[in-house]
Design a protein. Structure first.
Length: 202
């Protein structure tokens, strides 16, 4: 952002790390580009679907869910503060990994505290938490990354001790709908994720 300001380039920073961030971005951009009516209509659709998902979830059990973010050569956990983690909570799942407070350097050079959205993990600790389902977001080279994680889960004793792995409840999410950042497919995504978390989708 400072680089844009220093070069007098008009810019607007939006955070798409959560559904609330997406809604704020829609509102901000609607005002900036004089599209308030369109932004309002889109927000109403998203908030209506969000309310519907929460009401549906209220009458259902809350399965314990682990959300993984897999990329070539690495896998991390998406906490409840990540985009997908926040959607899991909305549709009635229980993300077993809560966010931790971390220090980050802000634009003005000061340190601030915020919740982390992704974290590293210890497989033995995950076995103790023992999630009922594992949801996996695959980023970059999806087929290759998925195959590598599947092979690791099939051969690693720590993974094999987790019920979700033993029972075949590892679901690979469609990366057209579920990625690191929030996107406008969230309305369809909430329906899909509700079915996945509560057992009728994959």
């Amino acid at each position: 952002m400072n680089l844009f300001k220093e070069n007098n380039i008009p810019s607007e920073f939006v955070s798409l790390e959560s559904l609330d961030g997406l809604k704020n971005a829609i509102n901000t951009l609607g005002e900036k580009f004089n599209k308030n009516d369109e932004a309002k209509a889109l927000l109403e659709k998203i908030e209506s679907k969000e309310k519907e998902a929460k009401e549906k979830a209220a009458s259902l059990e809350k399965p314990e869910v682990l959300v993984l973010f897999a990329a070539p050569g690495s896998t991390m956990i998406a906490t409840a503060k990540s985009y997908i983690g926040s959607l899991v909570e909305i549709v009635g799942g229980k993300n077993i990994v809560e966010a931790n407070k971390i220090k980050i350097l802000s634009e003005d050079g000061t340190l601030k505290i915020q919740d982390n959205t992704f974290t590293i993990y210890n497989k033995e600790d995950l076995a103790l938490l023992n999630p009922e389902k594992i949801l996996v977001m695959v980023h970059a080279l999806p087929e290759e990354t998925k195959a590598a994680l599947q092979a690791e889960m099939a051969s690693d004793s720590a993974w094999q001790n987790i019920n979700a792995v033993k029972e075949g409840k590892v679901i690979y999410l469609d990366n057209n709908y579920f990625g690191m950042s929030a996107n406008l497919k969230v309305i369809e995504g909430l329906d899909m994720l509700s079915d996945i978390v509560h057992g009728s989708g994959e």
